[in-house]
Design a protein around this ligand. Structure first.
Ligand SMILES: [Zn+2]
Length: 115
């Protein structure tokens, strides 16, 4: 499962942040998961639950996931549409199907609360 390695990468990142800041516990992690990133949120959450159990630093950490809205631009009439789950099937104005997303494919560690 692709998400497990993403969680592993996240945990490594958290460990180095914790080390830099001399903290021993992570309380909350906020991730921004772009709807076009290909990350399955349920799998990511599941991976997080499994992997954090074995890890003193993050054992009690809560995971918050934010899914941002993505703006799609119609390639034909320049109409803009927002969507937070999937690519709209077609332009609401002219029915063009080639819609160009602006971002939405990122996986970002937005905030970490530690003590
Ligand atoms: Zn259009």
């Amino acid at each position: 499962m692709h998400e497990i390695s993403l969680v592993q990468g996240l945990l490594q990142q958290l460990h180095s942040i914790a080390k830099e800041n001399s903290v021993s516990r992570v309380l909350k992690v906020t991730m921004v998961v772009g709807p076009l990133s290909g990350v399955v949120v349920d799998s990511f959450t599941f991976g997080f639950e499994i992997l954090t159990k074995e890890d003193e630093l993050v054992r009690e950490a809560k995971l918050e996931i934010i899914i941002p809205q993505v703006t799609f631009r119609c390639s034909s009439c320049d109409e803009r549409m927002q969507s937070s789950d999937e690519r709209p099937e077609q332009c609401a104005k002219c029915s063009e199907t080639l819609l160009i997303p602006d971002g939405g494919d990122d996986l970002i560690l937005q905030r970490v609360e530690m003590e």
